[in-house]
Design a protein around this ligand. Structure first.
Ligand SMILES: Cc1cc2nc3c(=O)[nH]c(=O)nc-3n(C[C@H](O)[C@H](O)[C@H](O)COP(=O)(O)OP(=O)(O)OC[C@H]3O[C@@H](n4cnc5c(N)ncnc54)[C@H](O)[C@@H]3O)c2cc1C
Length: 112
């Protein structure tokens, strides 16, 4: 059987699958290739904690990327639920983090 693809994604973890989803939503023909069943490596182990972010205050590229991602999670979750009928369990429940007083950099980060 012959395949004609616009894009081949190698690696079907959460990153590869999400990239493939967004690309195919734009009308591209995307194939995902993995050496085993999809989602069975790190994505299988993930605890499901999605750290939030503040786009207005985030300075470092990683913090900005995290904040941009956090903004998109609710819509992506809803979209996937509608399309697949699978409840992915996404819930904005907040959280508590206990700060080690000796680690002043952590406290500063959270203040931001
Ligand atoms: C114990 C644990 C808990 C975690 N908890 C959290 C959490 O609470 N919150 C959070 O945000 N993150 C968490 N993470 C991190 C998160 O799971 C990973 O950052 C994320 O799953 C990475 O996704 P990925 O698609 O990049 O990698 P993966 O899910 O590892 O996908 C990579 C895929 O590529 C395939 N592959 C590799 N080499 C080849 C090859 N040569 N040819 C073809 N296919 C190949 C693999 O088979 C695999 O399916 C946790 C990770 C672990 C291990």
């Amino acid at each position: 059987m012959e395949y004609s693809l616009d894009i081949a994604v190698v690696g079907g973890g959460v990153i590869g699958l999400t990239a493939a989803y967004y690309l195919s939503r734009e009308g591209l023909r995307v194939g995902v290739f993995d050496k085993q069943d999809l989602g069975k490596e790190a994505s299988w182990a993930g605890a499901g904690i999605l750290p939030t972010g503040n786009l207005q205050k985030a300075q470092a590229p990683l913090d900005r990327l995290r904040a941009l991602s956090a903004e998109q999670f609710p819509q992506l979750s809803e979209e996937l639920r509608e399309r697949t009928g699978v409840d992915n369990g996404y819930l904005r429940c907040g959280g508590l983090e206990f700060i080690d007083r000796a680690a002043s950099d952590t406290a500063e980060e959270w203040r931001g």
